[in-house]
Design a binder for this molecule. Structure first.
Ligand SMILES: *Cc1c(COP(=O)(O)O)cnc(C)c1O
Length: 429
């Protein structure tokens, strides 16, 4: 780095003049933990190098995609090879076929799949498809589940205790939000009541099968089975949004772990290997309603982009080569145990829900099972904890209501050092 390269504070000042809030995605602005964000100049393995020349152990992993760590040589090589052939063709290309075959081999519930460029597009399109397939308008979502920023889904999406059908964002028409019924997660009785109150009107139930967007909250035993049985009985399309959990908690996502077959699945994040990719797929009978076969329109100039798919294909092939899931789970348990021990010594209440490479640390007396219990956590304390960790060289999600992500690159030195920093930060609270 040259000595004249701008530092984070200067970059943030310039950014704030031209980019709303100085960021291109809100949580990056550190609003919920206070202070100003750092800028990242480069990333490799488990480490971010900031514009200020600091090296940080990264537990955000670009919000999930970097399951093999940053800038993995095999993914870099795949992108470089694809680059030689061209960046976008606007015609079908061979990598689209290869990717579709890979996805159905990872997710047996997916018979047909359509590629797009983000998780938001995947969920938005899956909802439209479910409505087109059923001829119904209403959807059910769950408080705290985030499904991207499209109008119908930006309701009670992991920020703020909101009541039934109120938009989370200005600019979302109340009429759109009224088509969205919001329920508490992990509550089978609430689901039954919603179907009873809207007979024959629910097109789809969409959920993160394990929530990752109000912190990490796994489904209670038996809950997803109940959701599957209820949607099947009521003729509603069950959509698993596995944009975060797909390929991460198991090769075939939460649906593999829990033995559930959803009708549609949304994918993103890991599937792009660090480039912008999304996908949605499922039962052929439903997917065949998409244009050009059927009446539900969905399209994308850069969908199936060869460069992005090259990165994603390399990332998925690495998963099969490395079989990382047991190793990642051991890392998650190690870090959560270090935090829990430190909290016990300090006398602080701490919940550490964890599965594989996802977990959260909630400063909370009670188990966190849904958005309401997540929001009862001590966010102020979390902000101090966050900054103590950052001072110690560990970057974790800059919000009390986000999941931490692990990668295979955290094995060894990085996880050991992070455990020390986290324990020290808790002692100092
Ligand atoms: C990140 C995320 C999305 C949105 O994906 P983008 O690529 O950011 O549009 C949707 N659903 C879930 C569960 C996510 O975690």
């Amino acid at each position: 780095m040259s000595s004249s390269a701008p530092v984070s504070s200067e970059l943030f000042a310039r950014a704030q003049r031209l980019i709303p809030g100085g960021v291109n995605s809100p949580v990056r602005a550190f609003r919920s933990v206070g202070g100003a964000p750092f800028f990242t100049r480069s990333a490799r393995g488990a480490t971010l190098t900031t514009a200020d020349g600091r090296e940080l152990i990264d537990f955000v992993c670009t919000w999930g995609p970097a399951i093999h760590g940053h800038n993995h040589p095999a993914i870099k090589a795949a992108i470089a090879a694809a680059l030689e052939e061209g960046t976008s063709f606007g015609t079908p290309n061979p990598r689209e076929v290869e990717m579709a075959e890979l996805i159905v081999s990872f997710f047996p519930s997916i018979q047909k799949v359509r590629m797009c460029s983000s998780g938001t597009e995947a969920t938005m399109s899956a909802i439209r498809l479910a409505r087109g397939f059923t001829g119904r308008d209403k959807i059910i979502k769950f408080a705290g589940c985030y499904h991207g920023h499209s109008d119908a889904l930006l309701v009670s999406a992991g920020s703020g205790a909101l009541t039934h059908g109120h938009p989370d964002s200005a600019g979302v028409p109340a009429a759109f939000a009224r088509e969205t019924v919001v329920l508490p997660f992990n509550d089978p009785v609430a689901l039954d009541a919603a179907f009873a109150a809207n007979p024959g009107q629910i097109a789809a139930v969409i959920l993160e099968p394990y929530i990752g967007n109000v912190g990490f909250i796994p489904a209670a035993p038996g809950y997803l089975k109940h959701v599957r049985a209820t949607t099947a009985r009521e003729g509603a399309v069950l959509i698993f949004d596995e944009v975060m959990t797909g390929f991460r908690l198991a090769r075939g996502g939460v649906q593999e772990l829990e033995g559930i077959v959803p009708d549609l699945t949304c994918l993103g994040k890991i599937i792009g290997g660090g480039l912008p990719v999304g996908a949605f797929g499922g039962r052929a009978e439903i997917m065949d309603k998409l244009a050009p076969l059927g009446p539900v329109y969905q399209a994308g100039t850069l969908s199936g982009n060869p460069l992005a798919l090259a990165a994603g294909i390399a990332q998925l092939r690495l998963l099969d080569e490395l079989q990382p899931y047991a190793r990642l789970d051991a890392l998650g348990r190690q870090l959560c145990a270090a935090a829990a021990n430190a909290a016990r010594v300090k006398g602080l209440p701490l919940q550490t829900p964890q599965k594989g490479s996802m977990f959260s640390l909630f400063f909370n007396e009670n188990p966190v099972v849904d958005m309401a219990t997540a929001l009862a956590s001590d966010a102020k304390l979390f902000g101090r904890f966050f900054h103590a960790c950052l001072d110690g060289g560990v970057y974790l999600p800059p919000s009390a209501y986000e999941a931490w992500f692990l990668s295979t690159a955290h094995e060894g030195d990085a996880i050991d050092r992070a455990c020390e920093v986290v324990a020290k930060a808790i002692h100092a609270l």
